[in-house]
Design a protein around this ligand. Sequence first.
Ligand SMILES: *[C@@H]1O[C@H](CO)[C@@H](O)[C@H](O)[C@H]1NC(C)=O
Ligand SMILES: *[C@@H]1O[C@H](CO)[C@@H](O)[C@H](O)[C@H]1NC(C)=O
Ligand SMILES: *[C@@H]1O[C@H](CO)[C@@H](O)[C@H](O)[C@H]1NC(C)=O
Ligand SMILES: *[C@@H]1O[C@H](CO)[C@@H](O)[C@H](O)[C@H]1NC(C)=O
Ligand SMILES: *[C@@H]1O[C@H](CO)[C@@H](O)[C@H](O)[C@H]1NC(C)=O
Ligand SMILES: *[C@@H]1O[C@H](CO)[C@@H](O)[C@H](O)[C@H]1NC(C)=O
Ligand SMILES: *[C@@H]1O[C@H](CO)[C@@H](O)[C@H](O)[C@H]1NC(C)=O
Ligand SMILES: *[C@@H]1O[C@H](CO)[C@@H](O)[C@H](O)[C@H]1NC(C)=O
Ligand SMILES: *[C@@H]1O[C@H](CO)[C@@H](O)[C@H](O)[C@H]1NC(C)=O
Ligand SMILES: *[C@@H]1O[C@H](CO)[C@@H](O)[C@H](O)[C@H]1NC(C)=O
Ligand SMILES: *[C@@H]1O[C@H](CO)[C@@H](O)[C@H](O)[C@H]1NC(C)=O
Length: 667
Amino acid sequence: MTRQASLGITAFGAVIALCLLNVIRPCSASITVWYQEGQAPLHGTSTGTALSANYTGSAAYNPNTLDAPPPPGPAGLPTQFALQLSNTVPPGASIAQSGSFFGFSVEMSVVNQVCKSLLQVPFLNLMANIQQRAGRVVVRVGGNTQETAVLVDSTPDGRILEKDLSRISNPTQTPPLIFTPELLWMLRNISSLVNVRWHLGIPFNDTSNFRLGIAEQGQQILGDYLIGLQVGNEPDLYAAHGHRPMSYGPYDYFGEFGDLVEAMAGDEHVSNRGLLIGPNVNTGDWTPEMVWNTGFVDSYSSNLAYLAVEHYPTDNCFAQYGVGTPRDPQTIFPDFLNHTAGQMIIAPYLNSTAYAQTKGKPLLMFETNTASCGGFVGISDSFGAALWGLDYAMQMAYSNFSGALFHVGGQNVYYNPFTPPSTNQSTFRKWTIGPIYYSALVMAEAIGPSNNTQVIDLAANNNNVFSPAYAIYESGNLMRVLLFNYVTDSSGASNLSIDLTLSGGQNPRQVQVKYLQAPSVSQKGNFTWGGQTFGANFESDGRLSGTEDIQTVSCSVNGSGSTVCTISVPAPAAALVFLSSSALTETAGSESHTFPTTAETRTHNTVTVDPSLLATSNGHTGMGKRLGSTSVGSANAAETGALTRSSVGAMLAGALVGSMLVVGGTW
Ligand SMILES: *[C@@H]1O[C@H](CO)[C@@H](O)[C@H](O)[C@H]1NC(C)=O
Ligand SMILES: *[C@@H]1O[C@H](CO)[C@@H](O)[C@H](O)[C@H]1NC(C)=O
Ligand SMILES: *[C@@H]1O[C@H](CO)[C@@H](O)[C@H](O)[C@H]1NC(C)=O
Ligand SMILES: *[C@@H]1O[C@H](CO)[C@@H](O)[C@H](O)[C@H]1NC(C)=O
Ligand SMILES: *[C@@H]1O[C@H](CO)[C@@H](O)[C@H](O)[C@H]1NC(C)=O
Ligand SMILES: *[C@@H]1O[C@H](CO)[C@@H](O)[C@H](O)[C@H]1NC(C)=O
Ligand SMILES: *[C@@H]1O[C@H](CO)[C@@H](O)[C@H](O)[C@H]1NC(C)=O
Ligand SMILES: *[C@@H]1O[C@H](CO)[C@@H](O)[C@H](O)[C@H]1NC(C)=O
Ligand SMILES: *[C@@H]1O[C@H](CO)[C@@H](O)[C@H](O)[C@H]1NC(C)=O
Ligand SMILES: *[C@@H]1O[C@H](CO)[C@@H](O)[C@H](O)[C@H]1NC(C)=O
Ligand SMILES: *[C@@H]1O[C@H](CO)[C@@H](O)[C@H](O)[C@H]1NC(C)=O
């Protein structure tokens, strides 16, 4: 293990050095790959701040906090303003969006670490929370390790995924992954319980000898739950990473993509040839336009399900690996705490979202988060990141992206939406839920399940960067408004008081408000959404706990007959305003549904988990509908139960440790 880990460090040093030859670009996500698997290599040394020098545990649980930036004062943040809202969709609103916009990206090499835990109740609950609000959850399993992965019938030690260390010929090489169809079965089994839709990646390291097994078996096993197949992960970095000759350019990618299309056409086991995703550039040496200008989209239109890019706004490579530009988290914290942050990330893609529309293709942000190389202590794991992630994702929706996948790493990164305990802790520790998961949850509730939601950035408060706001329309009607206050100020002087002025058919006598809240942007854990929380480190079973708190605000009719509802937004917080009771019930109804589960562990004790574990959070709808009957292709209750039990059997037989879910009984 140690040898493997230190080998990883060497490999990474080299990869990062290569990566940094392209100075202007933050290191790509590739850099995080190695470190996400081990528990150990760089703990405590990896943050780059004096603060954390004494902390020796995993990054994911690092307790060190930063100072919140000081309030900008009344000149920087006028605290009273009005938002005029009409019931009809204004010009400039987004394309139709779906509630599953905000999804997750799991590096393939890490899926082992995370996946040991995937069939655990907490993971399923986390996915179910989003499904209840949005109807489905999108998860991508892939990344750089997909490129050299090999689907095999079985592995020497019976695991479903492992690194083929015998095939590393030099220290800078990532060992290829080998995985068995059981990995795909595991994903399928998850989708039988919760409506998770998957993106996978086709290995692209050898384009004269494609390995199409993941496409063949992925389609066979996952059926409609497989929604996309990525072709080439960050091909604009291939040359810099030594995976292609230095001359490799957009036309070479175009040609290789064509080779793949041809190979798939000749493969009778590939049933759906229209699931491909490209070009997945990380805004390196290639702009997306350079790929569009090859005629890529027209040439492969019938094969392309999605267009995609990947991007991190900055990187923490120096602190993690000693290469690149040193960045002090305290100094750059304010860069994440205003409306410009998301807008700046998206600006280079606005032409591409417009272009994608002209071609009738959805454009995805396929992998993103606060910073590559693991994120920043105190930023990526703070309440500020929850506001940042929510605003950034809403800004992407407004800007006509069609989805965004936030990256999930191992215990050595700061930005995880959720982190399972390491397997030897899984009998006494629970999961840790990070800020980005709260962003995902609120976004799902803001957009809702209709698939017909349009959002617009209201340029609120004279476009003040600390108080952005979005209006949310469903099927043409104004349903919800999302308000932000990025400022931390315990004095109350920076609380916002916002007059929502409604005209044109919307005359509610009262509206309801849910807050995403913490005392400071620098706080870690214990954030609340509608008064409920996933707690601090190691405290969550994937369900919100506490009593749901939905505020009711009365509205008045002003002299000109407009309805005015005054919403207070504390500093800091986000507030989701539901303009009608149906706007609330559709994503947050009162029905509560539970079904029985027990969890067994490999260790001596058989733990029986609270039978309502895979439950809804307090009072949300959807589980009944989905789990009872309507999951596409899912078996009936008896079959599903049996399937899950045998899946656990298989995993236990594979000598995996940790809690495994057994769903028993009926629901
Ligand atoms: C870290 O340890 C040093 C030496 O024991 C001590 O002086 C310092 O105050 C500690 N720093 C923190 C942040 O606890
Ligand atoms: C591609 O990856 C496979 C599996 O890891 C490996 O066997 C093969 O040699 C690689 N081919 C190239 C051209 O790198
Ligand atoms: C937008 O993208 C299209 C397609 O690549 C390109 O032709 C056009 O020049 C781009 N426009 C701008 C302003 O970059
Ligand atoms: C807002 O964020 C942007 C982008 O990160 C940053 O450049 C800018 O300095 C920030 N503005 C303030 C007032 O903090
Ligand atoms: C999003 O697409 C809509 C419909 O085409 C368009 O009106 C709007 O301007 C676009 N928004 C952005 C930010 O490009
Ligand atoms: C878990 O395993 C790690 C690595 O082997 C070890 O350092 C740690 O002490 C173990 N923790 C417990 C609680 O057994
Ligand atoms: C939303 O779109 C998904 C994917 O196409 C579909 O499965 C689902 O039924 C749609 N939901 C509604 C309410 O139309
Ligand atoms: C500001 O908001 C906080 C949090 O809701 C609240 O406790 C406080 O009373 C408010 N202060 C003022 C002056 O409105
Ligand atoms: C989070 O809440 C728990 C339980 O109430 C408490 O023990 C812990 O100190 C809190 N942590 C923070 C950072 O507020
Ligand atoms: C009522 O609200 C509308 C919309 O904000 C505004 O234009 C009008 O001046 C208000 N009338 C009064 C009497 O406050
Ligand atoms: C998933 O379900 C299939 C079909 O019942 C079963 O054969 C398999 O062992 C399960 N695999 C995993 C990894 O859960």
